[in-house]
Ligand binder design. Structure first.
Ligand SMILES: [Zn+2]
Ligand SMILES: [Zn+2]
Length: 331
């Protein structure tokens, strides 16, 4: 009996159901874990995703043939039961489970354990084989509680307001930006978003999800009380427009020494939409998987660690780029 999942040049493939998961080349049927660019690519004939991802996918990819499914609901294709489960990474993000009468697989996509107060929180899903990301799969990555990080951001913002300089923070347009909007202290001042973020917010709100108030940046660059949120790729041009401002970045990479300096920003807040070291380890234990495939990040080191801990593991080559230090597009 052939294995349920195969790793092919187009991506992760289930021959029995003839579906790919987050394929990086054009296929007929693509199951999409979430709408980030390295997982949801153009050119597939049909897309299936969590229904909260539909509007975001259409905003990013244009008029695609896409269907939505709810978490935990199952569909059956040629004897394979397929279901989507909350990954807690961004709105609509899902782990995808495939199961036949012999074995079960879960493809994690990207995930984080902490509740961001917008995405449906991560839920561990038991399986025989687990394909995990490992973006932050080193012990050095240990996230502080979200409230602690937001407190630091609020203090920085308030201080800038007192000094009469606008606050500009770099955050991915899908995920981090909304997490900031949901969790900062809106009594300090207005939250103004770059168009890429404002459009993403609109797509999310159009899916029936409630978000805290924010506005597109518009022409008002002189608002020293505002928190400007901007994707990494646009930070330099916006900071020029703002003139004197305090520039910060919210990213898991800020946990690395020197990362803030390399990005040439004054303030780095350690905030990631991926699981940290402890989160990855916990998530893997909770699946009860007999074998773990590691991709997307520090896969070699993390896989070695799992093997040493007695959890059989190997790395898999994928085209997932993950959360990179230098982004050309917000992923
Ligand atoms: Zn992602
Ligand atoms: Zn990714």
């Amino acid at each position: 009996m052939a294995p349920l999942i195969r790793f092919t040049s187009k991506g992760i493939y289930c021959p029995q159901a003839d579906v790919y998961i987050d394929p990086w080349k054009s296929v007929d049927k693509a199951l999409i874990t979430h709408a980030h660019a390295d997982h949801a690519r153009r050119g597939h004939k049909g897309y299936l995703c969590h229904h909260h991802s539909i509007n975001i996918l259409k905003y990013r990819l244009g008029n695609i043939n896409v269907q939505g499914i709810e978490y935990e609901k199952t569909i059956n294709i040629n004897g394979v039961t397929i279901s989507f489960h909350p990954a807690g990474h961004v709105v609509g993000s899902a782990q995808i489970k495939l199961q036949n009468n012999k074995e079960s697989w879960v493809i994690s996509g990207d995930y984080k354990i902490e509740n961001d107060n917008l995405s449906v929180p991560f839920q561990p899903v038991t399986c025989d084989y687990f394909i995990t990301e490992s973006t932050f799969g080193l012990p050095v990555f240990q996230w502080e509680d979200q409230r602690v990080v937001m407190d630091k951001i609020n203090k920085w913002w308030s201080h800038n307001k007192e000094q009469k300089v606008p606050s500009l923070i770099s955050a991915y347009s899908l995920g981090k930006a909304q997490r900031l909007i949901q969790n900062v202290d809106h009594s300090i001042g207005p939250v103004l978003c770059h168009p890429a973020i404002a459009n993403t917010n609109e797509a999310i709100i159009a899916s029936g999800i409630k978000m805290k108030e924010s506005h597109p940046i518009g022409d008002n660059y002189n608002n020293t009380e505002a928190l400007f949120i901007c994707p990494p790729a646009a930070i330099d041009s916006l900071s020029k427009k703002l003139g004197k401002s305090s520039v910060a970045i919210a990213s898991g990479w800020m946990a690395l020494r020197g990362a803030r300096r390399r990005r040439n920003v004054e303030h780095g807040f350690v905030l990631s939409d991926h699981a940290d070291w402890a989160g990855l380890n916990q998530a893997i234990r909770d699946t009860g998987a007999q074998k773990v495939y590691v991709t997307h990040g520090y896969s070699d080191i993390f896989s070695k660690w799992l093997n040493e801990k007695g959890i059989p593991s190997q790395t898999v080559e994928t085209a997932f780029e993950g959360e990179k230090m230098v982004e050309t597009e917000e992923v």
